[in-house]
Design a protein around this ligand. Structure first.
Ligand SMILES: [Zn+2]
Length: 404
């Protein structure tokens, strides 16, 4: 059992979390049946507030189990107990821990909180670690994920686990999350730390906490929907999220928070002043055979022609084969390359054209689609849209080489 931080009951300190823990024990512990009354819990419910019913329950418990002589005589003195009060490690506390049913002998409560929960067992912790190890993370980050799960159990007795789709997401999964209408993310394919194994969503699935009447919640989900059905600002739920994020960002774990509203999210690096879209443009350039940049609300790309960058749309548009390529854009890109070739690799007033794909032989997929001859057709535009999608696929495949 988690020890008390202070006394509970009549004239006690009555810190809310201490009161909740003592009350929960009294709710789960039965008073023996008498000739006049059946067995019943010492206390009907718990709420973290020590009132008359709580003090009466403590006295009732003490009369049964504390102020009793070895031969069963009631009203016996006990020098290590105070009537109506539970002290840290005193005889009343010891008796409470002894008398509560074994299944509840390891209950806990977060500092300042009033939600009592049952400590996760070692096998429950191991199951979470095994599940996490079967998921995909960048190797350096996997170490942090495991450290976070272990430390959350060591400090708080909670076995957290990775939420569904909380590990590495490929670009298609990210696209699906963005477009499913549930407002889960604002990041498009390639724009989330999750796409590169650099982030994790951790949650509380299986947390066994006690409702006010002592019933144990056996089906809690990652997001604490039982504790916080509306997912609004529920102080008790926030306490659990805060504990998770404090552990995650501790020196022993070393991860970083993402956006404040993204409660389960931890990541491998601090991106507070970094643009994920600019990072994606750089990763696209490294992964494929086009030059990429970032404009206002759009990616820019040289379309493989080695010159000017053109606005080609959002990550979601490009992934969906709907890059904002136009026939005029392609015509201009071709003309730019032709002029550069005529000038011997130089365009007037422009820096020298870079060798387009250093060290690579031109080949299928390594040439701007649509060729360089004749008027641009709609088929050329469609081919370029598909080629831009293919560049995103190359970046997706190359996820392990993404750099912050
Ligand atoms: Zn996340």
């Amino acid at each position: 059992m988690q020890p008390l931080t202070n006394s509970v009951g009549e004239n006690g300190t009555n810190t809310v979390s201490d009161v909740a823990l003592v009350q929960a024990i009294l709710v789960k512990t039965q008073r023996p049946a008498t000739r006049n009354a059946p067995a019943a819990p010492f206390l009907a419910s718990y709420d973290g507030v020590s009132g008359n019913a709580t003090v009466a329950a403590i006295r009732d418990f003490q009369n049964q189990y504390v102020f009793v002589s070895p031969d069963g005589q009631q009203s016996a003195p006990n020098n290590n107990a105070t009537a109506g009060l539970v002290g840290q490690g005193d005889a009343t506390w010891t008796a409470l821990v002894q008398r509560v049913p074994a299944a509840f002998r390891n209950m806990r409560v977060l500092a300042g909180g009033r939600t009592v929960y049952v400590q996760a067992t070692d096998p429950q912790l191991q199951a979470k670690i095994t599940a996490a190890n079967a998921l995909i993370f960048a190797p350096a980050f996997r170490t942090r994920v495991n450290a976070c799960i272990n430390r959350m159990h060591a400090l708080h007795g909670i076995a957290i686990g990775v939420c569904r789709q909380g590990d590495r997401r490929n670009f298609q999964t990210q696209y699906d999350l963005l477009t499913n209408g549930r407002n889960v993310t604002r990041a498009g394919p390639g724009e989330s730390n999750h796409n590169f194994g650099q982030a994790v969503d951790l949650g509380f699935e299986g947390l066994r906490w006690l409702r006010s009447d002592g019933r144990v919640v056996e089906n809690e989900d990652s997001w604490l929907h039982q504790l916080d059905p509306q997912q609004t600002v529920n102080a008790e739920a926030l306490r659990f999220w805060e504990a998770l994020r404090t552990v995650g960002t501790s020196a022993q774990v070393g991860a970083f928070r993402g956006p404040a509203a993204d409660r389960p999210h931890l990541q491998n690096w601090n991106d507070a002043n970094v643009s994920m879209t600019v990072r994606l443009a750089a990763h696209l350039t490294r992964s494929g055979n086009m030059q990429w940049g970032r404009g206002r609300g759009t990616y820019t790309c040289d379309l493989g022609f080695g010159g000017q960058l053109y606005a080609v749309g959002t990550a979601a548009q490009i992934w969906n084969n709907q890059a904002t390529v136009t026939a005029q854009m392609l015509t201009q890109a071709r003309a730019g390359r032709a002029a550069a070739a005529a000038a011997g690799g130089q365009r007037p007033g422009m820096p020298p054209v870079q060798p387009q794909f250093p060290g690579r032989q031109p080949g299928p997929g390594n040439q701007p689609p649509g060729g360089n001859q004749g008027p641009v057709t709609q088929a050329d535009v469609t081919a370029m849209q598909r080629e831009l999608r293919r560049q995103f696929e190359l970046a997706d495949t190359n996820w392990q080489n993404w750099t912050p």
